[in-house]
Unconditional design. Structure first.
Length: 425
């Protein structure tokens, strides 16, 4: 088969992997003289023209993403015998292979990898793209030390086939990485990807999936019992995992950007943002993009993975330099996430504040909720910051933008917004 051409230009040279839904080949792009990876999907998963057109549409959406962690998509074949995606070839191994060979990773390496993934997902979510299949097998550890995330669009392309096969008891994908709303056939939102980050964190830290269940029903029951114990793991990291694995999407972190900020802060020795990994209760709906739910949120966005960083964190007094790490903060002000899921596998919840689906069993890590900014007094420095913002932008500063931040962090978040107002004038 090594003489087979895909789209009359990509020559297959070596099969790298084979699974239940696809096979991956090393190939050579004969037009541009470069190595590529070709992922060929099994034809029975995309049996008709509409499903193949959906694959092409999802590939185009994923190809529009530009982030150093996201593996590039170059081309799509939706008419061949086996539908295929042509992608950037990454030399390295998957996180799942690394865990299987060496066992759990060191906490700091795990946090760095998860922060990279969260930043990539935040970039995608802002552009209306949800990954839907975040798991260790889709996280690549490149030989150059970079973290890479692969397979955007694959899970969505197979959605109809997944529904059809799930009805007969067959599950497409890695069942242990599925969020509760995916198992229940509910709405998929950006917070579904946050559940996937929780799975990645748990497997990397412990060497095993959070819920080793043999069937969808058993997995749903395990998820409903709450996040698993993580004895011996740093309590702050364990708390982040618990927040990501919350049964209800609205009880997971506000968005991937906030999660990335918390992980980077933990690496720099500041646990406060990680401890505050909980929704603020100030969410409002945003328009549906059609294919997926677009997400932006009133919170400081994460640093860009394009900027080299060290675990020592930013230097003191470098507030102006750190402004470059804030991505599109002006577009985030006054907006929020919609993340509503209906789970048919979840027992009815009793009324009242005690009926929390994210309650953890005794001894499980938990995350302290972040009080709503409207219910607590803001720090004294907030008044001056709000005054400066109002003077330049002509509107009030939303306290949710800086909730849980210290003075310097808050100034870093608001300064680009003021600059944007001035540039708009």
């Amino acid at each position: 088969m090594n003489d087979q051409l895909i789209l009359d230009r990509y020559r297959l040279t070596e099969r790298l992997a084979f699974g239940g839904s696809a096979e991956v080949w090393r190939a050579h792009d004969e037009q541009l003289d470069r190595p590529v990876a070709v992922k060929r999907l099994h034809p029975h998963l995309l049996p008709d023209q509409s499903s193949r057109k959906r694959l092409a549409a999802e590939a185009r959406a994923a190809a529009g993403l530009s982030h150093p962690v996201i593996v590039d998509i170059y081309d799509v074949d939706d008419e061949g015998e086996m539908p295929a995606l042509v992608m950037e070839l990454v030399d390295g191994e998957s996180l799942s292979a690394r865990i299987e060979r060496d066992g759990p990773l060191e906490p700091r390496e795990t946090a760095r990898i998860a922060a990279d993934i969260a930043e990539a997902l935040f970039h995608a979510h802002q552009r209306g793209v949800v990954h839907r299949d975040v798991k260790p097998g889709n996280v690549l550890l490149a030989s150059d030390g970079r973290t890479r995330l692969v397979d955007f669009g694959i899970a969505h392309s197979l959605a109809e086939s997944a529904e059809r096969l799930t009805a007969t008891g067959t599950v497409i994908g890695t069942m242990s990485a599925m969020a509760p709303e995916q198992l229940a056939g509910g709405p998929i939102t950006p917070r579904t990807d946050l559940y996937g980050i929780g799975v990645v964190l748990h497997e990397a830290l412990t060497g095993r999936p959070p819920y080793p269940a043999g069937s969808p029903l058993a997995l749903a029951e395990a998820q409903r019992a709450g996040p698993p114990r993580m004895d011996g793991i740093d309590p702050t990291l364990a708390g982040i995992v618990a927040a990501c694995l919350a049964m209800e999407p609205e009880n997971r972190p506000l968005h991937a950007g906030a999660l990335a900020v918390a992980l980077r802060a933990w690496l720099a020795g500041d646990p406060v943002p990680a401890i505050a990994m909980s929704p603020t209760g100030t969410h409002t709906a945003v328009p549906d993009t059609g294919a997926v739910t677009q997400v932006v949120a009133a919170a400081p966005p994460p640093p860009s993975a394009e900027t080299p960083r060290t675990d020592d964190g930013p230097s003191a007094g470098g507030r102006r330099a750190r402004r470059g790490l804030l991505l599109g903060a002006a577009a985030l002000l006054g907006t929020a996430i919609i993340a509503v899921a209906v789970s048919s596998l979840t027992a009815p919840r009793a009324a009242g504040p005690s009926a929390s689906a994210s309650a953890t069993p005794s001894g499980s890590p938990s995350v302290a909720p972040t009080p709503s900014p409207t219910s607590v007094a803001m720090p004294g420095w907030f008044d001056k910051l709000a005054e400066d913002y109002a003077e330049e932008c002509g509107s009030e500063l939303d306290p949710a933008l800086v909730a849980g931040l210290n003075k310097n962090q808050a100034e870093d978040a608001v300064e680009p917004l003021i600059d944007a107002c001035l540039e708009g004038d």
